[in-house]
Design a protein around this ligand. Structure first.
Ligand code: ATR
Length: 271
């Protein structure tokens, strides 16, 4: 019988995940089906349990259910614990195992697809919400020289830096204090691009040879990517590669086989 998987979100209509996993299944010869499921805002638990009862083997979880998925998990991986959120669930007997593949997706996109090794790098992470928190552990695992977190609401960046200082060199900074500092990699983990906005970056944060990475993606440059090009970043990238690679990592969690992300990215870019 074909194993069933899905992605839960609200809204979910525009999700690329069913398409990505269908390509992965074909690429690896795995017999799975994967669908998008709209969960009600006030009853994610009900939607989840209905899918498990219908024979679901695993699920991805997107906005706004990642924290609820964390709470509903009966077991969690260390990286999910660190992220404080769950984007990948595996159902095993009565257990709901919560994982988080977002950070692994980002670091794989950076290292493999973009060829940008993180060891010894000075990294600036913009934002201190769920998206930022989800990637800090995996970024620190790559042993950058420093990881600096800047956020509009300074307190949230300070709190994150405190939580993660036990596992790596991480500090917080105000946007205004960034003037005079430059970085090898600047990652936009704010939701500013969604509303066509730009985090309040001073000029001069992009070092020679730097990469500017926006976790968001869409048609053309986001405001952050346009700003980075203008400010002399050597390269800019959007978050499509992260989306594909977090999916590849989830596929690996479920099926024990890792699909190739690059051909899927090329396909999606062409559409
Ligand atoms: P997500 O789960 O996507 O991280 P979130 O938890 O709502 O969503 O966090 C959004 C992040 O984007 C926050 O860091 C937010 O800054 P504040 O904590 O100060 O609200 C940041 N953000 C959103 N719009 C922004 C903008 N125009 N400029 C700078 N930061 C912005």
């Amino acid at each position: 019988m074909t194993d069933r998987y899905c992605v839960f979100g609200n809204p979910i209509g525009h999700s690329k995940s069913p398409r990505i996993h269908a390509i992965f299944a074909r690429q690896t010869g795995q017999d799975i089906c994967y669908e998008a499921r709209l969960a009600p805002l006030d009853d994610f638990a009900g939607a989840l349990h209905a899918f498990i009862e219908a024979g679901g083997r695993g699920a991805n979880v997107t906005v706004p259910f990642k924290e609820t998925a964390f709470s509903l998990s009966t077991q969690r991986t260390p990286r999910a614990e660190l992220a404080g959120a769950v984007n990948t669930l595996r159902f095993d007997q009565a257990e709901i195992i919560g994982d988080n593949t977002d950070g692994a997706g980002l670091t794989r996109d950076l290292a493999v697809n973009l060829g940008h090794a993180l060891h010894g790098q000075r990294i600036l992470l913009l934002g201190a919400g769920g998206a930022a928190r989800g990637v800090i552990g995996p970024l620190l695992d790559q042993q950058p020289a420093t990881l600096t977190i800047a956020n509009r609401t300074a307190r949230k960046a300070q709190d994150l830096a405190e939580v993660f200082s036990a596992i790596g060199s991480v500090k917080s900074i105000n946007y205004a204090e960034l003037a005079g500092n430059d970085f090898d990699l600047v990652i936009n983990a704010t939701s500013a691009s969604l509303s066509g906005e730009l985090p309040p970056l001073p000029p001069g944060v992009f070092a020679a040879g730097s990469l500017a990475y926006d976790m968001m993606y869409g048609k053309g440059d986001t405001p952050f990517m346009a700003f980075a090009r203008n400010q002399g970043a050597a390269r800019v990238a959007d978050g499509l590669g992260m989306l594909v690679e977090q999916a590849a990592e989830a596929f690996f969690v479920w099926r024990g086989i890792r699909p190739e992300g690059a051909p899927v990215m090329a396909l999606l870019r062409g559409e």
